[in-house]
Design a protein around this ligand. Sequence first.
Ligand code: SAM
Length: 400
Amino acid sequence: MAVTVIGIDGGALPKGAAQELESARLVVGGKRHLDAHAPEHARKLELGPLEPALNALSALSGDEHGVVLASGDPGFFGAVRALRERGIRCSVLPSTSSVQQLMARVGRSWDDVVVVSATGQDLARAINVCRARPAVVVLTTAPKAGPAQIGSGLTGWRRTMVVAEDLGGPNESVVTVDPAEAAKRTWREPNIVLSLADLDDVPHRGWIAGGEPVPPATGWALPEEEFSHRDGVITKAEVRAVALAKLAPRPGTLVWDVGAGSGSVAVECARLGAAAIAVESDEAHAVRLITNAASHGVDVRVEEGEAPQVLRDLPRPDAIFVGSGGSDVVTACAHAGAARVVVALAALDRVAQTREALRTAGYEVEGVQLSAARLAELPDGTSRLEAADPVVLISGRKKP
Ligand SMILES: C[S@@+](CC[C@H](N)C(=O)[O-])C[C@H]1O[C@@H](n2cnc3c(N)ncnc32)[C@H](O)[C@@H]1O
């Protein structure tokens, strides 16, 4: 059995495709691809579910030839992986990927663009990458993970969406909309979305596709001097290091930094690839926070207001850091649906109630008291220890 996968992008079929189709015993593909390209004599199997197609291809005898029709470059988020997983070796005749086509229509280079695939299951992760990164293409999946759902998830972030429908087809349309508008519209399929922080930005040429990797070269748990802060209102680097380890920020996740102060935790989470929302009631802190995010080149959504009230309308987080706030804030955070919650406490009297609030909400809870003493130089060149105020970190992981 020989199988050829042919990519289709709305233009001419790739070189050699006509011969492959002519000799095919079985042609597998979506309805519109079969209608347009499958020859009369071949058996046709419409996708739908992949399993029956894989069975039919596997059942071809030694001298029979099968063709799979797929969109764009079938080796890119396409049929080739599923075939190989089933042990079906194939040759591939690729066309232009929908990502290439979209970026060509926009007239923008895409070596810095992150590409994510959104299924219903992965939609939240895909949206969080759009919230965190300045340029992201989302491969949509109808009907539950399309432009409307992505627009709805990006409302509240400064983003512009370019939505392309039926690229290369008779109903091709490429429109630029804001997320709120995208959320309201009905979109034709197939479609694909480009999410941009700045439509006109021309990013520097990088060295790795998809933008700079995380963690950044400058490391993490940065010294306090890296952040603008007031009166020492900042989570110290050593405490931040442990908090970040417990929060596990990474691409695809959303972190709330509640009572954010300088926003050092939110900024560090964003530097590690997570989407971040900083909640801060003090206007001066909020302004500083915006400056801190900008100076570290990351996007942190700042919600100026009082927790717990302001938390109600925020999208569901994967992890929450509570840097300050009363027991009502801890209780609200414990019930926000995050997999991880970390609370920093200076007041020992609040340890038991915080632990209890997290336990009651279904978390496995642990706690640690952290007291770092840094080396400080004395005038004669010798050293002494300079103790920072001790902090208790209570951290909860949602029970599976
Ligand atoms: C499963 S992925 C496959 C990607 C494909 N291998 C490629 O290289 O383009 C399918 C994604 O491409 C989009 N797509 C495929 N053909 C398209 C078209 N003609 N116009 C817009 N989006 C398209 C789908 O909506 C979905 O987001």
